[in-house]
Design a protein around this ligand. Structure first.
Ligand code: ATP
Ligand code: MG
Length: 269
């Protein structure tokens, strides 16, 4: 009994553990016209399994922050811990990344694009195929694995990007305006699909968007950033139940949450 109690305590601890911890983070770019302070004293914690959305005015440092969380860029000062350890170089086993542009290799099929992160790590061919096919199915593209990017729609290409971000099964997925280039209807469908994938895979997601509707629809919590140099100026808990439905967008609660975030962004610019 003692042992069982310990196991469930451990599980409980894991469920509340921080996937990402940022403390005292600042960044200054050295541009041609001198120093550009981009981020100032950022502190945030993303709990394991949470869906956190970051919003803020253009140029406030959202992409910079995500690049640092992915180990793709080094901050000037401060620390970032991912799963309890510093991240100062890309580590696809810990963090997957999906950018605004699908950025697929045009000469590779959808399946080969998804496999790519595994092939550069020399994973056995059979395992690569199996994983890539499972991811293709997860994003609803079964039967399209042999297509080249130019034979896919914008939404399908983004699905391939998401599958590629997930193929190494990282606990954390960072997404920088992944649906910005899509029409509104496809964008809503993709958001809904992403929530389905998130609930099936229990990932931690950090998602950047300019759409406040998308932010409220997707998030457990929304972090609002100020204009450059970016700081976190508000943290809004999204209290809507899950699973989220399109009908929720018409509710007063949804409208009030969206309005609060909008007011903060207006003040911030
Ligand atoms: N490599 C760089 N060298 C110099 N300055 C940079 C560099 N990258 C970004 N910046 C500057 O840092 C600031 C933050 O840029 P960043 O791309 O992180 O903003 P963002 O919040 O993602 O903006 P957007 O919403 O438009 O995507 C901007 O003022 C930008 O001009
Ligand atoms: Mg950006």
């Amino acid at each position: 009994m003692q042992h069982l109690a310990n196991v469930s305590e451990l599980r409980g601890a894991k469920a509340h553990a921080a996937a990402i911890e940022v403390a005292g983070l600042s960044h200054v770019y050295a541009g041609r016209e001198g120093q550009v302070p981009a981020l100032e004293d950022i502190a945030l914690t993303v709990g394991a399994g949470r869906f956190v959305v970051i919003v803020g005015p253009s140029g406030c440092g959202k992409t910079s922050l995500l690049m640092m969380m992915a180990g793709l860029r080094n901050q000037t000062s401060g620390t970032i811990l991912c799963a309890g350890r510093p991240i100062d170089a890309p580590d696809p086993d810990r963090v997957g990344v999906v950018f605004q542009e699908a950025s697929l290799f045009p000469w590779l099929t959808a399946l080969d694009n998804i496999e790519f992160p595994l092939s550069i790590r020399h994973a056995p061919r059979e395992e690569r195929r199996r994983r890539a096919n499972a991811m293709l199915e997860l994003v609803g593209l079964q039967g399209f694995g042999g297509r080249y990017p130019h034979e896919l729609s914008g939404g399908m290409k983004q699905r391939v990007s998401i599958a590629r971000g997930l193929v190494q099964d990282p606990p954390v997925l960072l997404m920088d305006e992944p649906f910005a280039a899509l029409d509104e209807q496809t964008r809503m469908t993709m958001g809904h699909e992403l929530l389905r994938i998130w609930s099936q895979t229990a990932k931690t997601v950090v998602f950047v968007t300019h759409s406040l509707t998308e932010a409220v629809y997707l998030a457990d919590e929304v972090l609002v950033m100020s204009a450059r140099p970016g700081r976190i100026i508000d943290r809004v808990d999204i209290t809507l139940p899950r699973p989220r439905t399109y009908e929720m967008m018409a509710t007063d609660v949804f409208g009030r949450l969206r309005e609060r975030i909008w007011q903060q962004i207006r003040k911030a610019t």
